[in-house]
Design a protein around this ligand. Sequence first.
Ligand code: GLN
Length: 485
Amino acid sequence: MTDITNLTLTELVKKIKSKEISSTDITSNYIERSKSSKKLNTYIEETFDDALANSKKFDAKPDFQKKLPGIPIAVKDLYCTKNVKTTAGSKILENFVPGYESTVTQNLWNSGAILLGKLNCDEFAMGSSNETSHFGNVLSPIDNNLVPGGSSGGSASALAAKLTPATIGTDTGGSIRQPASFTGTVGLKPTYGSCSRYGIVAFASSLDQAGPMTRDVKDCALLLEVISSFDSKDSTSIDFKRPNYFSDLNKNIKGKKIGIPKEYRVEGMPAEIEKLWENGKEYLKNCGAEIIDISLQHTKYALPTYYIVAPAEASSNLARYDGVKYGFRVEGENLIDMYEKTRSQGFGEEVKRRIMIGTYVLSSGYYDAYYLKAQKVRKLIKNDFDEAFNKVDAILTPSTPSSAFKVGEKMDDPVSMYLNDIFTVPVNLAGLPGISIPAGLDENNYPLGLQLIGKPFDEQGILNIAYSMEEKINFNLNTSDWWIK
Ligand code: GLN
């Protein structure tokens, strides 16, 4: 059993194509392991029976031309899946069954993949620890009292615990890269417009992107190749020529210029993060890359800018949950009373906090002072990156300012929770691609990640650099399977 779940996505694809193993073998192994891993609370909805039936169907009539032939995959519960409950981690959608499929998940199924189930996440993807989910918090397989990060915490935990060979998350301010960093896995946020947002429950539409979460860089390239596509159903989808990320993956990064932004050396950053970053530079030099100091001078405004723009868009997106159009409703004495009761009982605390901040910064009188100002600063942040990319090919930073924290540790202090996103949000504000790769361990043996930021649409560039570094880092995730009885 462990043999199959130990294989990477790429290895599984190879073995299935060479008929060494069947889709049914793979699927049943993952189901079995998932069933004995309930303690982690990764799944919101399991579709194991259908997955098994689909794997049998695949084996009866296999198509080995597909990129993910008969491979079972569990996905974040923010992706709408036709006829399969989609909750976004919220009570307000607890019984919502979409009549349509998101483009990204449809791309998975078109490539031969099979849905294993829907993975837990922070409510409407708002959070950094998976503790805001209506369905309870998720534990990290790394240690029994650690958060897996968020908002794609269920995805990261399921991936690191080997309950799915790969998965997809969404990243509005770091929700793929931060949990990847916390769990010793690889997570990539593509350039805004690379992956379709159609059918993904919206959080902040100008920032949201789908992306792969995998065990290594090769798997990441393969999964990105499957999910990235132009989609006329998403007006912000961009029609650019997508490379063959997987077959074009190579380790030739000689002469590449890598920027080190001085503003990312934040006050109070633990020495071990500093050290990790230094090691990262050494690995890159050993691969033949050149290290160049750069400045991204508006970095310190990124977090406040994000926490104006994201709640503003969220407050507008969440207006649709009014007890009329979707699932949950609490009856009231009149229409307004029904709205109020539905929304106050249907949304959790963090979501309500964001709606209040968002409505405030958009309200007349404050719009110019907050929202409009934030949009202007957002442009300055983008300009910093544009200027830097005149000099360098990619940028190296830590993924997070610390390793994973304990369950409950930051729940009473939203600002310290928000500070977790300090290195990831600038990338979303500027619409750039970013990848987090496992790069070392802290003194408690908790994983730490390094982030590579690329030019718009240069996912291939950062994948290649990550691929080269991965070989030098030689990171080994060692979970003791403590959660399996
Ligand atoms: N932690 C950030 C937030 O709570 C980012 C979330 C995300 O990327 N979806 O907004």
